[in-house]
Design a protein around this ligand. Structure first.
Ligand SMILES: [Zn+2]
Length: 175
């Protein structure tokens, strides 16, 4: 019998080229052999150090993004905010997306990840749902969209843009 210790995954930015990105989550690992990869993991969340890193994009749990925005002096991002969710969480509601846009003034992306950082579903640059990256998982409680995406990929997607009330009831159903 072999036992394979699972390692944390490397964060995947939604598109290329990857800008300078601060990932505020301990579940990812820093790729060791890619010294020029502009993604840095900050396992302890937002800090002076992250601010000094001057990220063009931030990836974090939605509560952390709210917290950073609530400081009244959110960082001057130029590329993206990426909300990290767990499977079973409601996706960002339309209202939450508008709020993030107002706070950070950059496009909002969403990713569903496992506790070890493995990417399960990711929003692409078309912003028309989250592409399911791992086939065969159950997505009860989410609306799965089967039509081809504007980005050219034909994989099923979790539909976006539920108003807050429906997002909450979908999440309750998923439990
Ligand atoms: Zn797409």
């Amino acid at each position: 019998m072999t036992f394979r210790l699972r390692r944390n995954s490397v964060f995947r930015y939604p598109m290329d080229p990857v800008p300078r990105t601060a990932v505020l989550a301990a579940c990812f690992r820093q790729p060791r052999f890619r010294p020029n990869y502009p993604v840095r993991i900050f396992p302890d969340g937002w800090s002076e150090e992250v601010s000094a890193f001057a990220p063009a994009a931030i990836a974090a749990r939605r509560e952390q993004l709210w917290g950073i925005a609530a400081t009244g002096q959110p960082p001057m991002l130029t590329h993206a905010v990426i909300a990290l969710e767990s499977r079973g969480d409601p996706l960002l509601s339309t209202e939450e997306r508008v709020w993030l846009w107002r706070a950070f003034r950059v496009p909002v992306f969403e990713q569903v990840i496992e506790p070890d950082g493995e990417l399960l579903a990711a929003e692409c640059e078309v912003h028309d749902g989250l592409h399911i990256e791992i086939p065969g998982l159950s997505w009860n409680g989410y609306h799965v969209e089967m039509s081809p995406c504007g980005c050219g990929r034909k994989t099923p997607r979790l539909a976006l843009g539920l108003p807050a009330e429906r997002a909450r009831s979908a999440a309750a159903y998923a439990r």
